[in-house]
Design a binder for this molecule. Structure first.
Ligand SMILES: [Zn+2]
Length: 443
């Protein structure tokens, strides 16, 4: 076992209400193996109390530092690391001119492998320890990312992009011999699930890019796989942009709404994560709630592409799950601090929907325990838990240095309560704040 002495930030259990942060100025975090040998939190609390219960355990001291849960990114594209900051007039031209040509390079295993190495290192450098990630329509891209995440012991969920129409020929799922691209993509999905899902800390996500780039047959096949493999994830995009919605409605006129298209093909259930969810009505929100699906709110991306503003009031009023995501490369930063600040801007906006001031604790929760809950990784039913440091959680955490910049040092020294401290970190923080990221093993 190992113990870490520092200021500690974590969250109250879900049963005690959402988004309540706990903080111990002089705390002790004790980490050790559980019955399966996984490194989990054994105890957390004040140093003077917890240290007496573990007198034999060696203590590493981080004076002036804050230990907090590793961040959970609910939606990111690893083939888009080189697409960040590409100028375009909106979502659809951005896809056509930058994203699709770049994704084509991932048919080469070497390119996928070197991009995966950079991507995982960059996530960890920014304090992200769990991610739900898009690969490309090439199985090579999926294998490369799983292999790299496995080597780094990172909790990674990804899957083959399903896209059998309305994309360049070089990117649609390719057939083999007499087998169509559609059928091959579903066979590849099944064999990738069997190869990777549940291996070490890896999980598979059935990944239709978005409804307009899949035929009915592909969406139907994806829904059948989602039923057959009930504990794999599902990820896609929905209701990001008004042109996209118009297009999706033309292609699937029988569905009540764009979101309902996914439900009609069996793609809404627990562990289904939909990026964006901006342009919803209350029937859509109720469909999210009733199916147990969750939204990956991607505020830097939505601001960058001018897509719109996620309606937090609507989501909470109807009551469905959500968490935060970078959506790199539409998003502009790997840093959870940038994403939390952008979420504050998006919540505050009050011209297109009710504007509200999200609390610092709630913003932080959305990128840690809240996002883990949206993934079903909150320890329910004896399953693994991430995004928090309650006893039993997998011991993924970050060591933050509130003195990382002169302005951070000056501002955080003035904080007179937890909300003031957390908001200073959110507004002024970036990768410089993350001194160390620890993945479920001894330092
Ligand atoms: Zn995306």
């Amino acid at each position: 076992m190992n113990a870490y002495r520092a200021s500690l930030l974590w969250f109250a259990p879900r049963s005690e209400g959402v988004a309540r942060a706990l903080f111990e100025k002089d705390g002790l975090l004790v980490v050790g193996p559980d019955l399966q040998g996984r490194q989990v939190v054994q105890a957390i609390g004040g140093y003077s109390t917890v240290s007496k219960q573990y007198p034999q355990v060696p203590v590493q001291h981080f004076p002036g530092r804050i230990i907090a849960p590793g961040f959970v990114d609910l939606h990111i594209h690893y083939p888009q690391i080189d697409v960040i900051g590409s100028p375009a007039s909106g979502l659809l031209p951005w896809l056509e001119n930058y994203t699709f040509p770049e994704e084509n390079r991932f048919s080469a295993p070497d390119h996928s492998a070197q991009a995966a190495t950079f991507f995982v290192a960059e996530l960890l450098r920014n304090g992200v320890t769990t991610a739900l990630t898009f690969a490309t329509s090439h199985p090579e891209s999926v294998n490369a990312l799983f292999a790299e995440a496995q080597a780094r012991r990172m909790r990674m969920i990804t899957g083959l992009v399903l896209m059998d129409r309305h994309a360049p020929d070089f990117l649609v799922n390719q057939g083999q011999g007499s087998v169509s691209g559609t059928e091959q993509s579903l066979r590849d999905t099944e064999s990738l699930i069997q190869r990777w899902h549940g291996v070490d800390r890896l999980g598979y996500a059935i990944t239709p890019r978005f409804a307009p780039t899949s035929t009915d047959a592909q969406l139907r096949g994806a829904g059948e796989l989602a039923k057959q493999f009930g504990d794999v994830w599902i990820q896609s995009h929905v209701a990001e942009n008004k042109d996209e919605i118009t297009w999706a409605r033309e292609l699937f006129p029988a569905s009540r709404s764009y979101l309902a298209t996914y439900d009609d093909f069996g793609l809404m259930r627990e562990r289904a994560i939909y990026a964006h969810c901006i342009h919803f009505d209350d029937d859509d929100r109720a469909l999210m709630r009733d199916t147990g699906a969750a939204a990956a709110i991607s505020p830097t991306s939505n601001l960058f592409l001018g897509s719109g503003f996620f309606d937090y009031e609507g989501a909470d009023r109807v009551g469905y799950q959500y968490g935060l995501a970078s959506d790199v490369g539409g998003g502009t930063s790997f840093s959870p601090f940038h994403t939390m600040l952008a979420a504050y801007y998006v919540g505050r906006e009050g011209q297109t929907k009710p504007g509200l001031s999200l609390t610092p604790q709630h913003l932080w929760w959305q990128h840690t325990a809240g996002a883990a809950g949206a993934l079903g990784l909150d320890g329910a039913n004896g399953g693994p838990a991430v995004g928090n440091l309650l006893p039993g959680c997998e011991a993924d955490f970050v060591v933050l240095n509130p003195q990382a910049t002169p302005l951070l040092a000056r501002k955080t020294a003035l904080a007179s309560n937890l909300d003031e401290l957390l908001f200073s970190l959110i507004v002024l923080g970036d990768d410089r704040l993350v001194e160390k990221t620890v993945i479920s093993q001894a330092l």
